[in-house]
Design a protein around this ligand. Structure first.
Ligand SMILES: *Cc1c(COP(=O)(O)O)cnc(C)c1O
Length: 764
C-alpha cells in the first residue's frame, strides 16, 4: 500500500485545506508525510497491483474488500554496506498504526493439523490446533465520491487456552511462551518475488488468510437478506450471485477446497451442488509463467497440516480426470499432464491446476501473457474450456501515480483538458492536440526538470551523493531478478564507460544511471548483481576521465514511497526483460504516465504501450517471443556473441578479471560463468540490439524538443493503463456486475446529517 496520509487527503479532496492548516501551524506537510512508514506488505508488482485495484474499486463504487495478512514485519529494509545488500527487519508497527482499527468482535478460529473421522453423520476434522484470526480494518476511500471500502488484514492470536494443561509452575511459563508459536503465523512476509518457497509456515499463512476470509464472507452473506430468508436447503443457491472471490495468483488457492469443506462437511450440501457454487464463486488470475514461481505443495506437507483438504483435493482431481478420460479416451499422457497431483519423486499438488479447475474464469495480466497462458503453459486446459481463458491487462491508479506523486504534471494536464481525466484516464488523448504547442512542450519539460532537481536534492540530503540534474536520468527500478536483466543494463554501463575512456573528447550525452531494487535474501545471483552494479559504479563514479558524463547510482531500499519520488524524475524507463518472461509489469505504466520514455523489449504490457503510443514513440529492441522460441530450438550459445562483439568481450573480460573488484579478482566469476553457460534469459543475445537502441535514445535526448514531444505522445496514450479500466473489465467479464452498478458515484454529493454508513454499508 505504501503510505496512507496523502492518498487519504487527495481522495477526500482535503489536500489543499490540510496543507494550508498545517502551514498556519508553522509546520510543513511534506515533512510530516515523510514520517509515515510504508505499509510494505507485499514483494513488488503483485501486491502493488492489489493496492491499485482497491483504490479503483472504491472509486468505481464497487462493494469490495481487500483481504490479506497483517504481517508484523513487512518486506525487509535494504541497506547497502560496502556494495552488498544487508537486510534489516521492517518493524513498521513500532510507533503504532493510526489507519487501522482492530475488530475483535469479528475474530474467527482457524484449524490446523488433526485427523479426519468418518462418522455416520458425515466427515469430521477433529483433534485440531486452533489459532485465532483477529481482523484489523483499514479504510480505502474512493476518489471524491463519499465511498469508503475496507481492507481487512488478519493477525494471528493464540487462544487463551492455548497449551493449557495441568501445570506446575514451569509448564505454565512455557505455555505462555509457546503462544508465540501460534502467533508466528502473521509474523513476517516471505520476501521472494516470483519464486516458490515450500515452507510449512508459508503454507500455514496461505491457509490462515483463506480460512478466516471465507468464514468472514459466509458470515456476512448469512446476515444479508439473501442468506437469511431462504430455506436451509437452498440458502447458498444465490451465493455466487452475491459473492465473487478473485484469487490474486495461487497463493490463496486453498480457498477452493476450504469452501468445498464448508459446504459439504459443515453445511451438508451434496458434492455436485457445492462444486457448482464453488466454481461460480472463484476466478483465478495468473501472474507468472516462470516455472520456479509456480506453487507445487508437497502432498505429505498438506496431509499433515490440512488432512481433510487433501482428501477433498483428491476427490476434485478424481472427478476432473474422469471427465478428461471420458472426453479423451486412451490419452494417459494428457491425464498425467492435467492432473492436480504430480507423481514421480516428491508427490506435489499443482496449485495453478487446482485454481483453473475450481474457477469459472482464468485470466492473464497482459495480452501477450494471456496468449502464453492459453497456448503454452496451460494449453491442455484451454483446449478443454477455451471460453474460460481471458485477458485483463493490468493498470495503475492515476490518483497515487500521478496526482499524488507528480502534482506539477497533474496540474499542467488539468489546465489543458480539465480535471475529469483523473476519473476517466482515456481523456488523456485530448493532449494529442497539444503535441505541437510550443508553450505546452516547454511547460512539460519544465515540470520534468523541476522533478529532477527535487530528486537530486533528495539524494544529496539523504545519501550525500551529488548528481547532475541536466544529465539524462536513466532509471531501472524493480525487484532484482535474472529475468528482469539488470545485468544487461550493467553491461551497457560498462560499454559506455569504455567508450568514454577510449575517446574522451568525443561527444557523449551525459547520463545518470539509477538502478534500484531488493534481492530476495536467499537469491545468491541477485545479490551478486547488486554487488556488481555497486562495484562498477565505484569505478565509473571515481574515474576523472569520465567526470560528470556518466554516474551510476544504486538506489537503496526501493519501495512505494521511493518510487513516488524517482518515477516523476525519470527521463528513460528501463523495461528490458527477456520477451515472454514479464507477465505485465506495472512499473512500465507508472513511468509512461509520468513523462518518461521507455526502452524495452516486446514483453508484458510494453507491447500494449507500443500499440497505444505507436511503436515509433518507444525504444523497442531485441528478440520477440517467437525469436526466443526459435533460439531455444537451435540452441543459445553465449560464447558466439562474446566472440563476435568486441565491446561485449571487453566488458565481460573486465568483470571476469577483477577490473571492478581489484581486491577480489574472482568475485564475479560465478556471474560471468552463469552468463556463458546457464543464462536462461539470454542477456548476450539482446546485448547488441540494446546498445544500439541506447545510442538512438542518446541522440534523441540531444534534441530536447523532439524528446518532449515524444513524451507528450506517450502521456496522451497512457489512458488505457488506468486500473479503473482494468477493474471495469473484471467487473463486466468475470464478476458479472450489472453496468448500472458500476457508475461512478456523483462527486462529493452532500451527505445526510447523521448518516454514518457509506454507500457500501461498511461502518468505516
Ligand atoms: C510498481 C512497483 C513494482 C513493480 O514494478 P515492475 O517494474 O512492474 O516489476 C515493484 N515495486 C514497487 C515499490 C512498485 O511501486
Amino acid at each position: 500500500m505504501g503510505r496512507t496520509l496523502q492518498n487519504t487527503m487527495i481522495n477526500l479532496g482535503l489536500q489543499n485545506a490540510c496543507d494550508e492548516a498545517i502551514y498556519q501551524l508553522g509546520l510543513d506537510m511534506e515533512e510530516l508525510e515523510e514520517i509515515e512508514e510504508d505499509a510494505g506488505l507485499g514483494n513488488g508488482g503483485l501486491g502493488r497491483l492489489a493496492a491499485c485495484f482497491l483504490d479503483s474499486m472504491a472509486t468505481l463504487g464497487l462493494a469490495a474488500y481487500g483481504y490479506g495478512i497483517r504481517y508484523e514485519y513487512g518486506i525487509f529494509n535494504q541497506k547497502i554496506r560496502d556494495g552488498w545488500q544487508v537486510e534489516e527487519a521492517d518493524d513498521w508497527l513500532r510507533h503504532g498504526n493510526p489507519w487501522e482499527k482492530a475488530r475483535p468482535e469479528y475474530m474467527l478460529p482457524v484449524h490446523f493439523y488433526g485427523r479426519v473421522e468418518h462418522a455416520a453423520t458425515g466427515i469430521k476434522w477433529i483433534d485440531t490446533q486452533v489459532v485465532l484470526a483477529l481482523p484489523y480494518d483499514t479504510p480505502v476511500p474512493g476518489y471524491m465520491n463519499n465511498t469508503v471500502n475496507t481492507m481487512r488484514l488478519w493477525s494471528a492470536r493464540a487462544p487463551n487456552d492455548f497449551n493449557l494443561r495441568d501445570f506446575n509452575v514451569g509448564d505454565y511459563i512455557q505455555a505462555v511462551l509457546d503462544r508465540n508459536l501460534a502467533e508466528n503465523i502473521s509474523r513476517v512476509l516471505y520476501p521472494n518475488d516470483n519464486f516458490f518457497e515450500g515452507k510449512e509456515l508459508r503454507l500455514k499463512q496461505e491457509y490462515f488468510v483463506v480460512a478466516a476470509t471465507l468464514q468472514d464472507i459466509i458470515r456476512r452473506f448469512k446476515a444479508s437478506k439473501f442468506g437469511s430468508t431462504e430455506s436451509v436447503r437452498t440458502v447458498f443457491d444465490s451465493f455466487p450471485d452475491q459473492v465473487a472471490i478473485q484469487l490474486n495468483d495461487t497463493h490463496p488457492a486453498m480457498a477452493i477446497p476450504e469452501l468445498m469443506r464448508i459446504f459439504v462437511d459443515i453445511e451438508k450440501l451434496p458434492w455436485n451442488k457445492a462444486w457448482d457454487i464453488t466454481k461460480r464463486t472463484f476466478a483465478y488470475t495468473n501472474h507468472t509463467v516462470l516455472p520456479e514461481a509456480l506453487e507445487r505443495w508437497p502432498v505429505d506437507l498438506v496431509e499433515k497440516l490440512l488432512p481433510r483438504h487433501l482428501q477433498i483435493i483428491y476427490e476434485i482431481n478424481q472427478r476432473h480426470l474422469d471427465h478428461i478420460a471420458f472426453l479423451f479416451p486412451n490419452d494417459v499422457d494428457r491425464l498425467r499432464r492435467m492432473s492436480l497431483i504430480e507423481e514421480g519423486g516428491t508427490k506435489r499438488i499443482n496449485m495453478a491446476h487446482l485454481c483453473i479447475v475450481g474457477s469459472h474464469a482464468v485470466n492473464g495480466v497482459a495480452k501477450i501473457h494471456s496468449e502464453i497462458v492459453k497456448t503454452q503453459v496451460f494449453e491442455d486446459f484451454a483446449a478443454l474450456e477455451p471460453e474460460k481463458f481471458q485477458n485483463k491487462t493490468n493498470g495503475i491508479t492515476p490518483r497515487r501515480w500521478l496526482l499524488l506523486c507528480n502534482p506539477g504534471l497533474a496540474e499542467l494536464i488539468a489546465e489543458k483538458i480539465g480535471e475529469d481525466y483523473v476519473r476517466d484516464l482515456s481523456q488523456l488523448t485530448k493532449l494529442h492536440k497539444f503535441v505541437d504547442d510550443d508553450l505546452f512542450i516547454r511547460e512539460v519539460a519544465k515540470v520534468k526538470q523541476e522533478n529532477k532537481v527535487k530528486f537530486a536534492q533528495y539524494l544529496e540530503k539523504e545519501y550525500k551523493v551529488k548528481i547532475n540534474p541536466s544529465s539524462m536520468f536513466d532509471v531501472h527500478v524493480k525487484r532484482i531478478h535474472e529475468y528482469k536483466r539488470q545485468l544487461m543494463n550493467c553491461l551497457h554501463i560498462v560499454t559506455m564507460y569504455n567508450r568514454i575512456r577510449r575517446d574522451p573528447a568525443k561527444l557523449f550525452v551525459p547520463r545518470t544511471v539509477i538502478i534500484g531494487g531488493k534481492a530476495a535474501p536467499g537469491y545468491h545471483m541477485a545479490k551478486m548483481i547488486i554487488k556488481l552494479i555497486n562495484a562498477v559504479g565505484h569505478v565509473v563514479n571515481n574515474d576523472p576521465v569520465v567526470g560528470s558524463k556518466l554516474k551510476v547510482i544504486f538506489l537503496e531500499n526501493y519501495r512505494v514511497s521511493l518510487a513516488e519520488k524517482v518515477i516523476p524524475a525519470t527521463d528513460l524507463s528501463e523495461q528490458i526483460s527477456t520477451a515472454g518472461t514479464e507477465a505485465s509489469g506495472t512499473g512500465n505504466m507508472k513511468f509512461m504516465l509520468n513523462g518518461a520514455l521507455t526502452i524495452g523489449t516486446m514483453d508484458g504490457a510494453n507491447v500494449e504501450m507500443a500499440e497505444e503510443a505507436g511503436e515509433e514513440n518507444l525504444f523497442i529492441f531485441g528478440m520477440r517471443v517467437e525469436d526466443v522460441t526459435e533460439l531455444d530450438k537451435e540452441g543459445y550459445h553465449a560464447q558466439e556473441y562474446y566472440n563476435r562483439l568486441p565491446e561485449l568481450k571487453q566488458a565481460i573480460d573486465q568483470i571476469r578479471s577483477g577490473f571492478f573488484s581489484p581486491k577480489e579478482p574472482d568475485l564475479f566469476k560465478d556471474v560471468v560463468n552463469m552468463l556463458f553457460h546457464h543464462d536462461r534469459f539470454k542477456v548476450f543475445a539482446d546485448y547488441e540490439a540494446y546498445v544500439k537502441c541506447q545510442e538512438k535514445v542518446s541522440e534523441l535526448y540531444l534534441n530536447s524538443k523532439a524528446w518532449t514531444k515524444m513524451v507528450i505522445r506517450n502521456i496522451a496514450a497512457a489512458g488505457k493503463f488506468s486500473s479503473d479500466r482494468t477493474i471495469k473489465e473484471y467487473a463486466r467479464d468475470i464478476w458479472h456486475v450489472e453496468p448500472s452498478d458500476l457508475k461512478i458515484p456523483p462527486p462529493n454529493e452532500p451527505r445526510d446529517a447523521g448518516e454514518d454508513k457509506t454507500p457500501n454499508g461498511t461502518a468505516a
